[in-house]
Design a binder for this molecule. Structure first.
Ligand SMILES: [Zn+2]
Length: 255
């Protein structure tokens, strides 16, 4: 049995990761142990992927410690005095916590719990449902903020989920490093999974920090992406109803 040097808590108890490696290979960092395991499993761990199967709540503390160390090094390399500058003293840890617990939390947390209610009685709802969800995300190219709104439409299937769950799912997908195109796909897939609906439409409009704060410094640019599945894609009437609903929503709550 080979014990690696990773610790998952502060009580200094070494934790073994069976099957991680049988050749006596040791990792200094828990993050490296987890990465090795994901590679071995052919598990993709891109910035927009959820890896909650590999990261427990307990491990997160250790991972935050490790990321703090790494951010300290980045600040040092940027020649920022984190010893005497009071505003930079805790910055490395603040960054590490912010990444794990906030701006990338959707990578490490399992999908939101969505209780589904049956929608199969005689007077079942068969219409379209459009939910407006405010989004905060981050581009995986520059780690700049993405802010906007997603309009999620479905044709009700055999089960329904609570209205707030649409936004919880959208936010869970958004709290990662994403591209807006990828995000629209992710939300459509997860909404379809949670509701059983094959007919799903997702329209996102968002501003991008990487266009506003750097590069072209465009302050009023807006990016729109649309993903249509099932009737939303194949039936012009459904598609029109979806976009008419979005228009009504926008009149009601302008972005
Ligand atoms: Zn970017």
């Amino acid at each position: 049995m080979v014990y690696n040097k990773a610790y998952i808590s502060n009580d200094d108890e070494p934790v073994s990761y069976d099957n991680i490696d049988s050749k006596g290979y040791e990792e200094a960092y828990l993050a490296d142990v987890i990465r090795t395991k994901m590679k071995r499993d052919n598990k993709r761990f891109w910035a927009g992927d959820n890896i909650s199967d590999y990261v427990t709540e307990e491990m997160k503390h250790k991972l935050i410690d490790e990321a703090t160390e790494a951010f300290e090094l980045v600040l040092d390399r940027l020649l920022i005095d984190r010893e005497t500058d009071p505003n930079s003293q805790g910055t490395a840890r603040r960054l590490a916590k912010m990444y794990f617990n906030e701006i990338m939390s959707g990578r490490y947390e399992p999908s939101p719990d969505c209780t589904a209610f049956p929608n199969d009685s005689e007077d079942r709802y068969e219409g379209m449902l459009v939910v407006r969800s405010e989004l905060r995300s981050m581009c995986s190219h520059h780690h700049q903020p993405v802010a906007g709104v997603a309009y999620i439409g479905i044709i009700a299937a055999s089960k329904l989920i609570g209205l707030s769950k649409y936004t919880r799912i959208a936010q869970w997908c958004a709290r990662r490093g994403t591209l807006q195109e990828e995000l629209a796909n992710d939300i459509a897939r997860e909404i379809s999974k949670a509701t059983g609906a094959k007919d799903v439409g997702v329209y996102i409009q968002a501003t991008h920090g990487c266009c506003e704060n750097r590069g072209i410094m465009a302050h009023s640019s807006l990016t729109q992406t649309t993903v249509l599945m099932g009737h939303f894609k194949n039936d012009p009437g459904t598609k029109k109803e979806f976009f008419d609903n979005i228009k009504l929503q926008q009149d009601f709550a302008p972005r």
